[in-house]
Design a protein around this ligand. Structure first.
Ligand SMILES: C[S@@+](CC[C@H](N)C(=O)[O-])C[C@H]1O[C@@H](n2cnc3c(N)ncnc32)[C@H](O)[C@@H]1O
Length: 307
């Protein structure tokens, strides 16, 4: 079976939201990852790590919120190794996957290696070199997936708007991301950005600050606001060890994302090691309404109104 040629979405499409040197840092991470997927044992260790386990579970359990299974066309943004696209490609109902990232090392070298090691249905996977801030798709994807990618956005509203545009009416965005409580002040977040990343030598071969690789500390309200302004219906699920210990899949299916003003915070009940759970604190599910949604004209959306 023939595979798709790589698409270059960066050519002719302008993304002003790429931080200088951020792509180089990601290239370094992705070169290191080539070793992680160098053979089946190393890949198995990566895929069964506590973090990967959590992220796979989010992808599986998002179907409870969506009340449907994965099918049709999927767009993965910030795919990195593309492990998620590789796994999704084996689902019979999935016809095509755009597996995209703005780092050429990942798209050209890492993704094919990972597809091979994980036994992906590569003929369904279309690799694309592109930024999630400038996507050339409109009303095409049934699902957009972000595994730890959205928090790298330099403009969450622009990224959400692009994902919204790429989705068919009724389509879904599924994201698993770190987030911080709304009680964090700007100064507290600023201090985090200015801290040295302790893992930076290993990941990037040099010392970096947290802000340099475009890692963002978005608060829960910021994700939700950006998604609402992009016209999504939003279902945010927050996880914390102090959260509701009787949480289960029914909570996801009921879409009880909040109780009045308070977010419904759940114990990370599907973590691999419950005694010492490793998890992303936000599972963000958002749907493009069937009628295309409406713009409320709130100032936050950046859309002016003409009377
Ligand atoms: C934390 S990594 C997650 C990678 C992958 N999804 C995974 O689960 O292993 C974030 C990824 O987002 C990509 N990324 C960051 N900003 C991007 C942008 N503006 N457009 C496309 N990809 C971006 C990075 O290159 C990196 O691969």
């Amino acid at each position: 079976m023939t595979s798709y040629p790589i698409l270059n979405w960066l050519e002719g499409r302008h993304d002003i939201y790429t931080r200088p040197h951020a792509v180089d840092l990601q290239s370094s991470v992705h070169r290191n990852l080539m070793a992680n997927f160098g053979d089946e044992n190393a890949a198995a260790a990566f895929m069964t790590s506590d973090r990967s386990f959590w992220r796979q579970q989010v992808v599986i359990r998002a179907q409870h919120v969506m009340r449907r299974t994965y099918a049709g066309t999927i767009l993965e943004i910030g795919a990195g190794s593309g492990w998620c696209s590789s796994l999704l490609s084996t689902i019979p109902g999935v016809e095509k996957i755009y597996c995209s990232d703005y780092d050429p090392v990942s798209v050209q070298h890492l993704m094919p290696q990972v597809q091979k090691t994980l036994g992906a249905a590569s003929h369904k996977i279309q690799r694309a070199l592109g930024s999630f801030n400038s996507l050339p798709l409109a009303d095409e994807a049934d699902v957009v997936i972000s595994i730890g990618a959205l928090h790298h956005s330099e403009n969450l509203y622009v990224t959400m708007k692009e994902c919204f545009k790429a989705l068919k009416p009724g389509g879904w965005l599924v994201a698993t991301e770190p987030t911080l409580p709304d009680s964090e002040t700007n100064h507290q977040l600023q201090a985090r950005y200015k801290k040295e990343d302790p893992g930076s030598i290993k990941k990037y071969g040099r010392v970096t600050l947290h802000e340099e690789n475009s890692d963002h500390y978005y608060r829960l309200s910021e994700y939700i606001t950006a998604a609402h302004c992009a016209k999504f219906d939003v279902f945010p699920f927050v996880f914390d060890v102090a959260g509701n210990p009787s949480a289960d899949d029914r909570v996801l299916a009921d879409r009880k994302a909040a109780i009045g003003f308070a977010p419904n915070v759940l114990f990370p009940y599907f973590a691999k090691t419950p005694a010492k759970p490793l998890f992303d604190s936000l599972m963000l599910i958002a749907q493009k309404p069937l009628d295309g949604g409406c713009d409320l004209g709130h100032v936050l959306s950046g859309q002016g109104r003409s009377w």
